[in-house]
Design a protein around this ligand. Structure first.
Ligand code: SF4
Length: 223
């Protein structure tokens, strides 16, 4: 039997589901049965991260959306498509990125046949944090990139304001090197084409800065 992983920043109840391992496969399997908060009750399935151990980047979004909930894979919907195109433009190789979400179950309300996204509460973000911690331990990235306010606050604390820290190199108790940018879904929600174009351009510039910062970190002499 595996031992529960306990961390000071993590909710004890979710930690009971997290096996003491750095195997992404074992973690993914265990996450499928997580009951650490109530979000599993209405979602289709847990959507765990994807990518390889040793990837230099972990990109962290907010939570799975409707498409991700049905597919069981992160960033397969329109926001994921925009993210992939923007990363390519910024020169970030797909194989260098492990991608996940701060919260692993889809939170929504039903309106007719539609399932409308709801922002997770702080208590749900904290409840799910042991999974993100376990992914960071398993992947050992050189840089964690938070996409949007929920991911940024999960990593940096509830009072963190993303807009004040874009293109800055940060660090948190959960990851030595953190950078933040917007969530690609916010670009899709822009009020018109002109605003969308501007926001996308700024997003690609953020990603270029993130890639360049990782390059600088790698060229620093090791002590
Ligand atoms: S959202 Fe996270 S903590 Fe809550 S049940 Fe899903 S995996 Fe567990």
């Amino acid at each position: 039997m595996t031992t529960a992983r306990k961390r000071s920043l993590s909710s004890a109840s979710t930690a009971e589901y997290v096996p003491e391992t750095t195997s992404l496969g074992v973690l993914r399997e265990a996450a499928a049965d997580c009951r650490g908060c109530d979000l599993y009750r209405h979602a289709t399935q847990t959507v765990f991260g994807e990518g390889r151990a040793g990837a230099p980047f972990i990109f962290v979004g907010e939570q799975p959306g409707d498409s991700e909930d049905q597919d069981g894979r992160p960033f397969v919907g329109p926001a994921g498509k925009l993210l992939r195109a923007s990363k390519q433009e910024a020169g970030i190789d797909e194989k260098d990125v492990y991608i996940t979400n701060a919260v692993k179950h889809f939170k929504f309300i039903e309106r007719g046949k539609q399932r409308i996204h709801q922002t997770p509460k702080r208590i749900e973000i904290v409840a799910c944090s042991p999974w993100l911690d376990a992914e960071i331990l398993a992947v050992k990235p050189q840089m964690v990139v938070a996409l949007g306010a929920t991911a940024a606050q999960s990593l940096m604390g509830a009072s963190f304001r993303l807009t004040q820290h874009r293109r800055e190199l940060l660090s948190s108790p959960r990851a030595a090197h953190v950078m933040v940018t917007v969530h690609p879904s916010s670009i899709l929600r822009a009020i018109d084409d002109a605003a969308r174009h501007e926001q996308r351009k700024a997003f690609v510039e953020d990603l270029k800065t993130i890639a360049a910062t990782l390059g600088e970190l790698r060229s620093e002499p090791r002590h």
